[in-house]
Write a protein that binds this ligand. Structure first.
Ligand code: 5GP
Length: 113
């Protein structure tokens, strides 16, 4: 799949659209999901042009996954979560709807389905 520079996350990265920013550094960005599945639902993405896990560089993936871990631990603490689910989809058949690689961080609580 060819990367589409007009996808919604590319526009957020360029600052053309707003977001509730949780983390930003030279290679990664994290912000709250607009339709949260749980409290604290956060998306973490590389700034590099990658549609999915298939076309991201090793360096960008490494930088992104380090921030995934950091945000997962911060979200667990901030939201007093009992656990954290991490999700990542590749291609429409898997459930991907925005075609810029991203990881979902979902704080979870015991007995909350
Ligand atoms: P996917 O199914 O591609 O893994 O998930 C895309 C996610 O992006 C969804 O959870 C959706 O709610 C979120 N999303 C879509 N558009 C926007 C937006 O404009 N801003 C933010 N913050 N999240 C978005």
């Amino acid at each position: 799949m060819t990367y589409d520079d007009t996808n919604i996350f590319a526009r957020i990265i360029r600052g053309e659209l707003p977001c509730h920013k949780v983390w930003e550094d030279a290679s990664t960005l994290a912000f709250l999901d607009i339709m949260p599945m749980t409290r604290g639902h956060t998306l973490v993405l590389p700034k590099a042009r990658a549609t999915s896990i298939y076309d991201v560089s090793g360096d960008d993936l490494q930088a992104t996954i380090a921030i995934v871990r950091r945000i997962a631990m911060a979200a667990k603490s901030a939201f007093a979560a009992d656990g954290v689910t991490i999700q990542q989809f590749n291609e429409a058949a898997s459930g991907q709807s925005v075609f810029h690689l991203h990881f979902h961080i979902l704080p979870r609580w015991t007995d909350v389905p």
